[in-house]
Design a protein around this ligand. Sequence first.
Ligand code: PRP
Length: 180
Amino acid sequence: MAQPEYVIDEMISAKSIAARIEAMAKEIRASFKGTDKLIIVGLLRGSFVFIADLVRELDLPVEVDFLEASSYGDGMESSREVRILKDLRGEIGGRDVLLVEDIVDTGFTLKHVTELLNTRKPRRLETIALLDKPSRREVDIKATWTGFEIPDEFVVGYGIDYAQRNRNLPHIGKVRFTGG
Ligand code: PRP
């Protein structure tokens, strides 16, 4: 099926993202000071750019692991069913864990994944999301750290896709459908 035509308007610049990550990393470093090892869990695929920049700002002993969950497929609406497509390689029992999300929308993904990780009894589990769309929330959940609260716009870039494209944009852009 052909994709509708669209243009992408810049919403959050690469510079603003970098500054916000630096500020959040400072808080995270202070919060986890003294940890023997922080396990950073990236939620694939959308968080891969964010996690790469975030870990380089964290001057802490870290390990990185990934989990893949999917609720959207290639569509624009949440299916409300969160599937675990790829599980962690390592154990998190008794460890300090920071779960990294690109965006919290309905909240189903973050809720489902935090519940799953909590069954494995980490010592501490915190969450960080680069973007949050509070107006879309359907379940009561909020990340410990949020980069930017945004309105209900269709966003892409910095890891986030539209039908698997545009993940490589260095900034967050807003999709504007042009018709045709
Ligand atoms: C997107 C996004 C979040 C989730 C947020 O993932 O990366 O993980 O949806 O939506 P929710 O709060 O409504 O659950 P998607 O399923 O599109 O997979 P992707 O990260 O591989 O693009």
